[in-house]
Design a protein around this ligand. Structure first.
Ligand code: PGA
Length: 257
């Protein structure tokens, strides 16, 4: 069975103090009312700002179900890249994952397929699990090009990996039109795309890897819609933005599996 994941993407929100309070509230909530799923079945990920990584790792280290993620890493290993944060630096905090290729990074920071392939490589080299985001804008869906675009995003940035490395990757399908808009993909739309992605992985890497790849849905997931989305056969959880900043809401999402 592939692992399910509820991952929060805090984006550029929370000071250190606010972040600590949020982590406290969610971990307390989970201790008081644990998920019926074991840590081998369900992982909870906090995608926190860089400044919060070390505290987040420290505050959750006893909690086997929780992993900490950065939201980006530099495509280069080290050196004269003022202001950037390397995969090795992230790993040195104890964080285990990194979100790569979020649509906001593609859009506002011009991240290309080739650059994202380098980020994936440097993350894996440093033992970080890449949570690789893909997804189409509304005009692409209207042209019915959404399946081809998402396949291209995956092919160009992930399919150079050998099977052993690819097996560590988590994919997050996030239609851009659903991110932060309150408009969620219907469970059928999410399932349809996730199935296309899984079949595409199957063609490249075979059954065993495609069946064990975790594919998350992201885009306006909340406590009200998570249950139905996560019950789709190819939807293995969510990457959650706005709703991950509210402890009660995020806890309900964790309990929707
Ligand atoms: P949202 O963001 O849940 O606020 O739509 C999701 C994301 O950007 O990962």
């Amino acid at each position: 069975m592939r692992i399910k994941i509820a991952a929060g993407n805090w984006k550029m929100n929370t000071t250190l103090e606010e972040g600590r309070r949020l982590i406290n509230a969610i971990t307390e909530g989970l201790l008081n009312n644990p998920s019926p799923l074991s840590p081998n079945e369900l992982q909870v990920v906090f995608g926190v700002p860089f400044i919060t990584l070390e505290s987040a790792v420290d505050m959750t280290k006893e909690h086997k179900q929780i992993k900490i993620a950065a939201q980006n890493c530099c495509s280069e290993e080290k050196g004269a890249f003022t202001g950037e944060v390397s995969a090795a630096m992230i790993r040195s905090t104890g964080a285990q994952c990194v979100i790569i290729g979020h649509s906001e990074r593609r859009e506002y920071f011009n991240e290309s397929h080739a650059m994202l392939a380098k980020k994936v490589d440097v993350a894996l080299k440093n033992n970080l699990i890449p949570i690789f985001c893909c997804g189409e804008k509304l005009e692409i869906r209207h042209k019915n090009d959404h399946f081809d675009l998402v396949k291209k995003q995956i092919e160009e940035s992930l399919f150079h990996l050998n099977p052993d490395l690819f097996a560590h990757v988590v994919i997050a399908y996030e239609p851009v039109w659903a991110i932060g808009t309150g408009v969620t993909a219907t469970p059928q739309q999410a399932q349809e795309m996730h199935n296309v992605i899984r079949n595409f992985i199957n063609k490249r890497y075979g059954n065993s890897i495609s069946n064990s790849t975790t594919i998350l849905y992201g885009g306006s997931v909340n406590a009200g819609n998570a249950g139905e989305l996560f019950s789709q056969p190819d939807v293995d959880g969510g990457l959650i933005g706005g709703a991950s900043l509210k402890a009660d809401e995020f806890l309900k999402i964790i309990h929707s599996f």
